[in-house]
Design a protein. Sequence first.
Length: 289
Amino acid sequence: MNPQPPASTCFRHPDRPTGLACTRCGRSACPECLRPASVGQHCVECVRQGQADVRPVRTVAGAPASQRPAPYLTYALIALNVVVFAITASQAHSVAANQRSTLFYDWVLAPPAVADGQWVRVLGSGFLHYGPVHLLVNMFALYILGRDCEMVLGRLRFAAVYLASLLGGSAAVMWLAQDSATAGASGAIYGLFGAMTVILLRLRQSPTQMLVLIVINLIISVSLPGISLWGHLGGLAAGTLAAAGILFLPQWLTTKSPQGARTTGWVAVGGVIVVSVLLIVAAAASLSA
């Protein structure tokens, strides 16, 4: 009489006899170590390996794509602008004349004051607004543009493009509007206009409507007194260049690896930020000379 062959045991639990096996690798496995598959059942290690082999879905900018990620950074920027406005209105005891507040006086972008070392004005001015209408118009534009830009670029890239746009607007004011007192998120928002146009081009969609909006807003900037045309143009240029660096520069340099493309995009955005900062410093140096 022939002896019976020894029972197979689970490859992860040698003390557990089993008659089951992974249909992918063929190893014996107990029910605890198997997972249902479209054909048969796979062991936990094959499932883990399969998940590692699946490349995550990303947007054209390289950001992880999900169903519809909430634009938390856009909401945070809107909230920060509203909070700063509330502080200035409280200090000035006036909603309409909030520019009389101490914070507004300390943060408004006055190039001679920046040249005296008050660098906080370069960024702080981007969160100040002259009255509630100015605030509402800018926050509405930020809400509309920020959601889509943040979804495509991802939060970190969106933050970098927003920062580059804000600094680009401040750099233009420092050089070309040295006698002005500039405030508002408009420079950064114009940067998002440019970024959205670049996104549409990268997605092979028509940018006509966005270009029309940019032209209309620039006409308004020229027509109405008290609007910082140079701040708008500087933000528009910086945001456009930063977004183009993320979405097009890896293609132009034929960067094939996803990691290389992401690195190239970050270098491009960093370059726009560094150039803007250097222009601000150079303008401050020329004013203080």
